[in-house]
Design a protein around this ligand. Sequence first.
Ligand code: ZN
Length: 492
Amino acid sequence: MPIEPAVLLYDEQCELCQAGVSWISALDRDRRIRCLALQGLDVAALDPRLDPETCLRELHVITAGGDVLAGWEGVRHLLGLLPAVATVATAARRWPVADRAGRRFVQAVTASRWDLMRVHGRTGHAGTPPRPPGALSPFWVCYTTEMLLRLPLVVATTVRQLGANATDWARTRGRRISLLDGRLTICFLTGTPTALVPLAFGERFTVAVYDGVAIDPGSSRMRRSLGRHLDGLGTGLRAVVATHAHEEHVGNLDWLADRTGADVLASPATAALLRPPYEVPLGRRAVIGTIPPLRRWQPIGDEVATRTGHLEVLPAPGHTLDHVVLFDPAEGVLLAGDSFMGETFATPNADVDGDRWIATLERLSALDVTVLVEAHGHVHTVREDIPDVAGVVVRRDPKEAIRTKLDNLRWLRAQVEFGRREGLSDRAIEATCYPWGPQWSWERKGLDELARLFTRGRFSRTQVVRSFQRRHDDVFPQVRAVRFAATADPGP
Ligand SMILES: [Zn+2]
């Protein structure tokens, strides 16, 4: 006979409730607990003894036997239903001191969770007490508690992601993948110690060759790998294009052009960045390579002629100010460089401009894109003429992917603006931008903190907050100050 499950009524807007529900779904093997969000639920119809206000104030549980339990009594009952943690419930029943500690803890959490929600911009919550700006201790208490609650999950997903990164890297290492009847070839570039980047963060290095045009041919440390691909590519390379001036995209522009007789095409803004003096930060220089000065180049213009047609050149500032993308309107292929970079936004480089990136994605989302080619090894498409390639082809409609990224960026901008209005510190704003509730936020936490550590904060979630405050006439710190000093603003 199936067991009638106990029902947990929880507040979907509360990060703590969400953390609890994540754990219940991980531990409740026998499905003895049914979790129902209060939002959109007719509580009185479920049980006439209950009303929404009381349920929002604290957690309520309806046991399988029909009892209604609130707060700590409810938590203790649920703990007893989960074999992995049932000893906690047993201990609380046996020892009054443990029971009191549990009750105090749940009371403290219940009292401070509304402060957290207010900081998260959920001021519409009934009964939310007003609070002077800057008084954040309940917020940090909540934030830290949530972090501890999720830490094992974060560690587990980080380990899993590192494993997946290693698998993808091994699958594609040095490979050349030909798609669209040979019109598009993606060459995976290797080198030591550049492999550290794909292994740690999943960003592999590639050069895309589209109908006789090579795009972003890697860094100086990947030259040998690029040379090995050259034989397989055949002749007839017409142009070598840089989408932007980051070192893993521009290290072999002249080198490849010298060997193939192709022209080097770049935007004037990118070419200006490739004139000395420039400085790649030490860590990136050591792992990825430095930027050789650009000897000869032609302005890329609005169109690039390919072997059989042409590519439109579209300005795409955001990831960097000089970024351009290439689009084949006939095929719906967008060669996006780094203008997409996954559906959520975290640990950007220190030269990101969030507002401009939103404007760029708005324009890209209006294009009829059927194949989105990223510079770091992924192709997003649902087209059936593109086969499944493990670790490369992502079966996702590129237009939807772009819209999702756009929504994520707009939400982050709203969080940053809200935080500014409330007078919060950058650290607190960062925490509100990455709440513990949504999976996209906590499952990347481990790798994002690793990126912060390795780059001493240059690639970090803090940069997301800063990216929405940048104006192109600001004086920027470190990398940006050096690298963009000579740049003409390419305009929005
Ligand atoms: Zn880049």
